[in-house]
Ligand binder design. Structure first.
Ligand code: PLP
Length: 378
């Protein structure tokens, strides 16, 4: 029940990747036929990704992770603006993943960028008008995530995109949680840069993509050779790229049917938890949320303890963002949503996926009330 943390690699994806470690192992930069063969596979993978995003092949940049895609987008555009002598300001939200939040903070602290953090409402949603008001003549970039990892809230990306386009400001979205779950057509979303990661969509870990709209000026965040048109140096992970492409293609193929199934499981889970456990709230938006994502706050219980006890019962959950696990403080996302600390420390995220069934949900509904009651008594 923790598919927002990661997913198992689909066996069809493993099969698609298999030849690219042993038989077709060439370096895509080599001039000989071994290299050429690998380069062809890489371009086919790029084409499959471009198909899902509705973009040009040249706009797809393979990266080493979703984190790296976010870093490249934000640092790359900010530095390009700095190089061109325009732009010293970044607009973002308080609910971004650390891959975005910490990158923006570093640009502020080490490079002198000014940052406007637009507020979110109690569901974690941004008002596009706040973004409109935050944009200044020297704004270099707006970055707002497509869907939140902790609370599942989906942002009005197309509306924010229209505002940014109107003002000629590059707009980045972290779509790592949205991939395989929402329509990622970059024109419909109205974005200029978009990050995804394979391991959230039943692909391998350690491979991501940054979509970069033609014409967007980008300084590479790391320096090296001319790979990925100079935007992401380093010998390309061909097996990873093939795996990401196949995983994304399959996820897109299954998306609508799977969303219907997962949403039914999610709603059963939400209704069961809210109906049986006292002092619990749903966190995130009640309807504008990812189909697989249920998240709660329990008053006066530590979410991390709930996760540990659920694990003993054979149930994997998260108390918020997996990467923030071990941090005792209430999550910044829930704090930004104005959730009082005595609720925010009791955050629990349950995210269903392809392998889950109604029986799994019912088992959680049988175990969780007992676990929460027990922890509250001790
Ligand atoms: C919203 C969001 N952005 C970025 C990332 C980072 O992606 P990766 O694990 O590929 O570095 C994650 C993963 O937890 C995420 O949920």
């Amino acid at each position: 029940m923790d598919h927002s943390a990661t997913t198992p690699v689909d066996p069809r994806v493993v099969e698609a990747m298999r030849p690219y470690w042993t038989e077709v192992f060439g370096n895509t930069s080599s001039l000989h036929s071994w290299g050429e063969e690998a380069a062809v596979a890489l371009e086919e993978a790029r084409e499959a990704v471009a198909q899902v995003l509705g973009c040009r092949l040249s706009e797809v940049v393979f990266t080493g992770s979703g984190t790296e895609a976010d870093n490249l987008a934000i640092r790359g555009v900010a530095w390009a603006a700095r190089r061109a002598g325009r732009g010293n300001h970044i607009v973002t939200t308080p609910v971004e993943h650390h891959a975005v939040g910490h990158t923006v903070e570093q640009l502020r602290d080490l490079f002198g960028f000014e940052v406007t953090v637009v507020p979110v409402d109690r569901y974690g949603r941004v008002d596009p008008d706040d973004v409109r008001r935050a944009i200044r003549p020297d704004t270099a970039l707006v970055t707002v995530m497509t869907a939140n990892n902790e609370v599942g809230t989906v942002q009005p990306i197309d509306e924010i995109g229209a505002i940014c386009r109107d003002r000629g400001i590059p707009f980045h979205t972290d779509a790592v949680q949205a991939a395989g779950r929402l329509d990622l057509n970059v024109d419909r979303l109205g974005v200029d840069l978009l990050s995804i990661s394979a391991h959230k969509v039943y692909g391998p870990k350690g491979i991501g993509v940054l979509y970069v709209r033609r014409g967007v000026d980008l300084v590479p965040a790391i320096t090296g050779g001319g790979h990925e048109r100079g935007r992401r140096p380093g010998t390309v992970n061909v097996a990873g790229a093939v795996g990401l492409a196949e995983a994304l293609r399959l996820a897109e193929e299954m998306r609508e049917a799977e969303n219907v199934r997962l949403q039914a499981l999610r709603d059963r889970l939400i209704a069961g938890v809210l109906g049986t456990i006292p002092d619990v709230r749903l966190t995130g938006h009640p309807t504008e949320r990812l189909a697989h994502h249920a998240s709660f706050a329990f008053r006066d219980v530590e979410g991390a303890s709930v996760v540990v006890v659920l694990d003993l019962e054979g149930i994997a959950a998260s108390s918020g963002a997996a990467c923030a696990e071990g941090e005792p403080e209430p999550s910044a996302v829930l704090t930004a949503m104005d959730l009082p600390p005595e609720w925010a420390i009791g955050a629990l995220r349950l995210t269903v996926g392809r392998a889950n069934t109604e029986e799994d949900v019912d088992r959680v509904l049988e175990v969780l009330p007992r676990v929460v009651a027990h922890l509250r008594d001790h």
